[in-house]
Design a protein around this ligand. Structure first.
Ligand code: SF4
Length: 361
């Protein structure tokens, strides 16, 4: 990538989006040693610096030169909401003015970052606000990393670190796998955020070829497959892309992931009142997953403005859970976190995008 040698007029390129070799060349042009690359990146990734000015072990002149050419962080916080349960939601504005969401869920000792991988989403799951207007673009590796940096900077944990990452925000992570892997490679590094693959969950609606590729990496990422239905007819109603892939292919790929990594796959299931929450569907799901070493994560739907779906009744939830448990499956119900801050994926972004523009003065 060619970087400008004179200050840019538009938004400055974000430092975390620059390949190390490009930064090395930039420093070398200014008579600076290669170790500056590590030093600057470490300030952002581990040292919580969000401006070059804070990088106190760099010569003052060099800090000024860096600030004229790069943004220490290329995203801007458009909104920062904090719920009573200490869940934080950030709406970030990207350099091209698009917006994404990311969330910090704090349940001591766990501090989990939920991040996005795309602007919008092309999967079109019918219950999801993120996919309502389709996908706009993939996030860069730097934009993915910046979400983690910004969320980590909000934690007040004694060790100052995130404990887990779930890639479950806006977008289909496996549709942007290269950039995601590039970002996750950095997070695991000791000069990065210090979060190993075992603490990272990648969620997908099911892109079989990409699941297999992930399995072949030999990494210990945890895979979560968003199932939402036990048969193709119902699943295609809920996840339209299922029509092209089909459940058999997705489950075969997930089985392959388990064989290769030894890591139990989680199946996510959004319970939609009156649609996929009845006892017959629960039995069908139990039969489908029974012979697999699977964990089921049930997510009772939270109302989303403009969508016609409803939360399942407590009775329907209880029967569903009981049916799966009696079949010997490991089941968890996801707790509702940060409900008062529009914590369901994509809702805040949608709300802010629909706000009327401020009147001109
Ligand atoms: S649930 Fe996930 S995969 Fe489905 S539309 Fe929303 S963001 Fe995309």
């Amino acid at each position: 990538m060619n970087l400008p040698t004179t200050p840019a007029t538009g938004p400055l390129p974000a430092l975390l989006d620059q390949p190390p070799e490009t930064l090395r060349a930039w420093f070398a042009d200014r008579g600076q040693p290669a170790l500056r690359v590590k030093q600057v990146r470490r300030w952002i990734l581990a040292g919580r610096a969000d401006s070059f000015d804070q990088m106190s072990d760099l010569p003052r002149e060099l800090r000024g030169e860096l600030a004229r050419h790069f943004a220490a962080l290329g995203t801007r916080v458009e909104r920062h909401l904090v719920a009573k349960d200490d869940t934080h939601k950030l709406l970030l504005r990207l350099s091209d003015d698009r917006m994404i969401e990311c969330v910090l869920i704090q349940e001591p000792p766990r501090r989990t970052a939920c991040i996005s991988t795309q602007v919008g989403c092309g999967m079109g799951c019918v219950f999801c606000a993120s996919g309502l207007n389709g996908v706009v673009r993939n996030l860069t590796a730097g934009e993915i990393l910046e979400q983690l940096v910004r969320l980590r900077n909000l934690t007040a944990a004694p060790d100052g670190r995130l404990s887990n990452i779930v890639v479950m925000g806006m977008g289909e992570p496996l549709a942007n796998l290269d950039n995601l892997l590039e970002a996750l490679e950095v997070t695991g590094h000791k000069d990065g955020l210090g979060i190993g693959a075992r603490h990272i969950t990648i969620s997908t609606v099911g892109l079989p070829a990409k699941i297999r590729r992930l399995a072949d990496l030999g990494k210990q990422y945890h895979l979560a497959v968003s199932l939402h239905a036990p048969n193709d007819l119902l699943r295609t109603r809920i996840v339209p892309t299922n029509e092209m892939t089909g459940l058999d292919e997705i489950l075969a790929a997930a089985d392959y992931f388990f064989e290769k990594t030894g890591r139990q796959v989680t199946y996510e299931y959004v319970l939609l009142g009156g649609l996929n929450d009845n006892p017959r569907t629960a039995r069908e799901l139990a039969t489908l997953l029974q012979r697999r070493k699977a964990h089921v994560n049930l997510i009772p739907f939270n109302d989303v403005e403009g969508l016609p779906y409803v939360r399942p009744t407590p009775e329907a939830q209880a029967t569903f859970i009981d049916t799966l448990k009696r079949a010997g499956l490991s089941v968890k119900v996801r707790k509702r976190k940060g409900s008062e801050i529009d914590a369901a994926c994509g809702q805040l972004r949608r709300k802010v995008e629909q706000e009327p523009a401020p009147a001109a003065v």
